[in-house]
Write a protein that binds this ligand. Structure first.
Ligand SMILES: [Zn+2]
Length: 171
């Protein structure tokens, strides 16, 4: 997704040590994500950045609700989500590489943008299947499922009927 300016951290001006940043994800974030699944949400993000001369160790914690559609009834669902991810940036700027959790920044880089990593943190926190708590699905859809189930109820196997008859014929 596109980087959002507010998630850029100018680390060059920071002292070595731990720094904390707070972000609130709302409409601009979810619009930028342009995703069908996460249609919106309200998520608080806390970023802890531990800076030393060669590394930035960034811990992202996200907590809030995502606006999804229920996988069972397709009605809107405010899904509580909580995620945590660690990302390490190397500042030596030798080789350019991206090894998932360890990413090298270009030599002379003075800021890093975290939008992509915050998005990744949310994606990883989201289970594949998300549904309403029991009894909270759209009642119309639940009724439709019930009707389908009744229609597809298997009719009793005729062979059992024959067996029953045989049994009944026993003296
Ligand atoms: Zn549902």
């Amino acid at each position: 997704m596109d980087a959002l300016k507010e998630h850029t951290i100018a680390f060059a001006g920071l002292k070595d040590g731990t720094h904390t940043f707070q972000f609130q994800l709302g409409r601009p974030f979810f619009d930028a994500a342009g995703e069908e699944e996460m249609q919106g949400g309200d998520v608080a993000v806390e970023v802890t950045m531990d800076k030393n001369p060669t590394l930035l160790v960034v811990e992202i914690t996200a907590k809030g609700t995502l606006d999804l559609l229920c996988d069972h009834c397709n009605a809107p669902l405010a899904f509580a989500v909580e995620g945590n991810q660690t990302q390490v940036f190397r500042l030596t700027g030798e080789e350019k590489y991206d090894d998932g959790e360890l990413v090298s920044l270009e030599a002379g880089a003075h800021s890093v943008n975290l939008t992509h990593y915050i998005y990744e943190c949310l994606r990883l926190a989201l289970p594949i299947r998300h549904v309403h708590p029991p009894g909270e699905c759209d009642p119309e859809v639940v009724k439709a499922y019930e009707r389908l189930r009744v229609q597809h109820e298997p009719t009793p196997d005729p062979r059992w009927g024959v067996l029953d008859q045989l049994k009944n014929q026993q003296p």
